[in-house]
Design a protein around this ligand. Structure first.
Ligand SMILES: [Cu+2]
Length: 249
């Protein structure tokens, strides 16, 4: 029979730590939510991703609280008293605890894998009313529309499902507009893709999210989501500009 020291049999300690864990989880969870970079309203695909982020943040807040609160509480409450040089009681092994801390994390990891796959599926769905190819290279972006228009900025009409094909010219890059949610690698030699249905107009930043060399930090592009009329007008202007260039050659 496992003999525990008197102090660790005292259920009161567990109730206090339990309370501290609940409070810390809530405070930390709220603080972390506040700095969440993904706003669930800027694209249809950001909704499931923002939700997944939230679930993860609550789990992280809980795990942090679980480990740190037990540790801090033990450090303070069971610290060595003045003039107490006695050895701590020796005890080892607790099969129930060992089974629990193996099975519980395993189940949690399996559940999270499942909801991760579900969320990924949700973000892969979407139409292709607008199509554009984003080409990433060291260290910038270029956007090619099916009608031949090439642009330095990505312009998309609001509320229209867009299919963005991704190509890399040199090394692996990654396409990420934080507000939209999905992130997708660009791999040399193959075409990957990403669906987005922007829900809010405005200006966003496209960032390369894969370390790709010396100036990776500066691999940014402007993304503009505009009302459909504005998009059509922009496209017409681009077509005119580029025809003009072709004519003058
Ligand atoms: Cu990069």
């Amino acid at each position: 029979m496992l003999k525990l020291p008197a102090s660790s049999k005292d259920k009161r300690h567990f109730y206090i730590v339990g309370g501290l864990i609940v409070v810390t989880t809530i405070v930390l969870g709220i603080l972390l939510q506040a700095i969440l970079p993904i706003k669930a309203s800027t694209a249809e695909q950001s909704v499931p991703i923002a939700w997944l982020f939230r679930v993860h943040i609550w789990l992280l807040a809980f795990l942090f609280a679980l480990v740190v609160m037990f540790m801090l509480y033990s450090l303070v409450v069971f610290r060595r008293r003045k003039d107490d040089d006695s050895e701590g009681e020796h005890f080892e092994g607790n099969t129930t605890l060992e089974v629990l801390w193996t099975v519980v994390p395993l189940v949690v990891v399996l559940i999270f894998s499942f909801i991760g796959i579900q969320t990924l599926n949700d973000t892969l769905a979407g139409g292709s009313d607008v199509q554009v190819t984003a080409v990433g290279f060291q260290w910038s972006w270029r956007f090619e529309y099916p009608n031949g228009v090439v642009s330095q900025e990505l312009v998309l009409p609001v509320d229209k499902p867009a299919l963005i094909s991704l190509k890399a010219e040199d090394v692996i890059h990654s396409f990420w507009v934080a507000e939209w949610g999905p992130k997708q690698d660009l791999v040399p030699g193959m075409t990957t893709s990403l669906h987005v249905t922007p829900k809010d107009t405005g200006e966003f930043k496209l960032r390369c999210a894969e370390l790709c060399g010396l100036s990776h930090w500066s691999m940014l592009a402007t993304v503009r989501v505009v009302p459909e009329e504005e998009y059509t007008a922009w496209m017409e202007q681009k077509v005119a500009e580029q025809n003009l260039q072709t004519a003058s050659k």
